[in-house]
Design a protein around this ligand. Structure first.
Ligand code: CA
Ligand code: CA
Length: 98
């Protein structure tokens, strides 16, 4: 995935957790851009994402309470705009990708 410079993303107001944006830019409102499978928003997909992924599928409200700065749509690993059981296999594929 192509990375967009943080300063650009902040300027167009799309993004990011406010604390990572330069203080001179006030339009950040901000969630991290989607990284499919990154369910705890640490910008990597690894074993630590399994439990939050399961939580997102089984109890979206609890997921959003536990990870308020994460986008639950990171669990939409098959890109069909729905978080459901069909995302499990693509999630596993992302998790196990070299
Ligand atoms: Ca993660
Ligand atoms: Ca999906």
């Amino acid at each position: 995935m192509k990375k967009i410079p943080l300063s650009l993303v902040c300027m167009i107001g799309l993004l990011f957790i406010a604390t990572v944006c330069p203080s001179s830019i006030s339009t950040c409102d901000c969630r991290s851009p989607p990284t499919k499978g990154d369910m705890n928003c640490d910008e990597v997909v690894n074993l630590l994402d399994i439990n939050p992924f399961i939580l997102a599928l089984s109890n979206p409200t609890a997921y959003e309470a536990a990870y308020p700065y994460c986008d639950i749509m990171n669990a939409d690993c098959n890109w069909d705009d729905v978080v459901d059981l069909r995302d499990i296999n693509p999630f596993v594929a992302i998790l196990t990708a070299p």
